[in-house]
Design a protein around this ligand. Structure first.
Ligand code: GSH
Length: 205
């Protein structure tokens, strides 16, 4: 069985166990408590020198980090990765967008607000994340007014990448009410068979 190292407070980790559950892939879950500094230990860094979760370990010991690389690996050969060359590149386009133009605003604002309790010394940084987060949400919403999912009318790993922090964006102070395309998309994903919420570990362990 494959092993996933992660923490359920992290949207990056949630991507990996949501996809495992949607695709019925059994995983052994190892909790790495980031608030207790467990990703920073020398022992964990032997597995991931970048000291970050999620981390996937295959049965033969091979290791894969970076949430979007992990979910694309797990979904390879499934309907969640398009066969068409252009659509496959569109999945990557949204995943790079997620890492550079969405997560650094929405996930960071959420962490400062929800897990650090919005301390005075990070308030300016938290506020500086709002414009960039709303820009990312507007771009997603524009696409989701046109198609059911981000790449086409079919669910892909791009949706899982962006769902993780978007559906909890309010925890970073982002009001999702104006984004009707995003709200309908969230409901579509929540209704998928085998969907699990963010605070739940995979069913199959
Ligand atoms: N680009 C990475 C980002 C991973 C990342 O930033 N993980 C955070 C948790 S969300 C982490 O492990 N932080 C280490 C720590 O806080 O000690 C990915 O997508 O997997």
């Amino acid at each position: 069985m494959i092993t996933l190292y992660g923490d359920i407070i992290s949207g990056n980790c949630y991507k990996t166990y949501l996809i495992a559950n949607l695709l019925d892939i059994p995983v052994h879950w190892v909790n790495v408590d980031i608030m207790a500094g467990e990703a920073q230990t020398a022992k964990f860094q032997q597995k991931n020198p970048n000291a970050k979760i999620p981390l996937l370990e295959l049965e033969d010991g091979r290791l894969l980090s970076e949430s979007n690389a992990i979910i694309n690996y797990l979904a390879d050969g499934s309907a969640l990765i398009p066969q068409d060359q252009f659509l496959k590149a569109k999945v990557l386009e949204w995943q790079f967008f997620e890492q550079y133009s969405h997560e650094p605003f929405i996930a960071v604002a959420r962490f400062i607000n929800k897990y650090q309790g919005l301390p005075a010394e990070r308030k300016a940084e938290y506020e500086s994340k709002q414009a960039g987060g709303h820009k990312a949400l507007s771009i997603m919403d524009k696409q989701l007014q046109k198609s059911d999912y981000l790449v086409s009318d079919q669910l892909t790993t791009a949706d899982i990448s962006l769902y993780a922090y978007t559906h909890v964006a309010h925890e970073g102070g982002f009001d999702l009410t104006p984004y009707s395309g995003i709200n309908a998309w969230i409901e579509r994903i929540r209704s998928l068979p085998k969907y699990i919420g963010m605070s739940l570990k995979p069913e199959h362990q």
